[in-house]
Write a new protein. Structure first.
Length: 255
């Protein structure tokens, strides 16, 4: 694994490559992002990638990591991505644009993924949440590490979830080679879209993004996207009109 000397260097490389945190979006599983939004972010000039939830997650990552080690009677961390010396990463041996950033490697062999969430997490739903939201990223990151050094890393690890600043869960997970290969193929295809300057197909969740970026000359909109965008706008106008008529009708009968 290699280290970035500065946060800016880390963000520039992360923006130009495909990482574990992109996989859910690329596979259409993210509730917070879409393939089209990710494409435009990767192609834009900005390196800013932050919001209050991400900032809070970054601040909590270190104490969460310490709790994991303390639970095992260990005071010294053997690895930390956010060390003062460097932010560590690993690139795929055959596809150098696939780059992953481990949260932690426990005992120098076991991958940990640390997640914070505002979801209401319980023992009853923690495994389902991990499988839906976090497992693909952990599995993809480990797959890249194993392709680099199959003898070093364990196929077992943990996803640590810290919910609403209160509840702490350690979920043991195991590597799935078949899923990793599927994710790697989709990552390669997405990079080909970036290289060919061909945006992904719009989804319904892209309306606000297209509306916001439509005046930006750096945003790529195909004719098909423009047609779909205009159709969605018309549907919204119709919905607003129907809502207004409904409100007027309710007001009329209340008089």
């Amino acid at each position: 694994m290699i280290g970035f000397e500065t946060e800016e260097e880390f963000l520039k490389t992360r923006k130009a490559t495909i990482g574990g945190s992109d996989i859910n979006t690329i596979r259409g599983k993210s509730r917070m992002n879409t393939r089209y939004r990710l494409f435009n972010y990767k192609k834009s000039n900005t390196t800013k990638e932050s919001n209050k939830f991400m900032d809070a997650g970054n601040m909590l990552e270190e104490p969460i990591r310490e709790r994991f080690y303390n639970n095992r009677g260990l005071k010294e961390k053997l690895f930390t991505r956010n060390s003062k010396d460097a932010i560590l990463y690993a690139s795929h041996p055959s596809f150098p644009y696939v780059v992953v950033h481990p949260d932690d490697i426990f005992n120098d062999i076991m991958l940990l993924e640390i997640k914070t969430t505002q979801k209401y997490v319980t023992q009853a739903n923690i495994e389902a949440i991990v499988l839906e939201d976090y497992y693909d990223q952990w599995n993809f990151t480990l797959g890249v590490l194993l392709d680099n050094d199959p003898q070093r890393f364990s196929e077992h690890g943990f996803i640590i979830v810290f919910s609403r600043g209160v509840d702490y869960y350690e979920v043991p997970v195991r590597f799935n080679r078949e899923l990793y290969q599927e994710c790697l193929e989709e990552a390669i295809k997405f990079k080909e879209l970036m290289d060919n300057n061909t945006p992904p197909e719009l989804s319904d969740g892209d309306l606000d993004e297209v509306y916001t970026l439509s005046s930006d000359t750096n945003t790529i909109l195909t004719d098909e996207m423009k047609i779909r965008f205009n159709r969605l706008c018309r549907l919204i106008r119709i919905e607003k009109k129907l809502l207004k008529e409904k409100e007027e009708l309710v007001f009329y009968f209340k008089r």
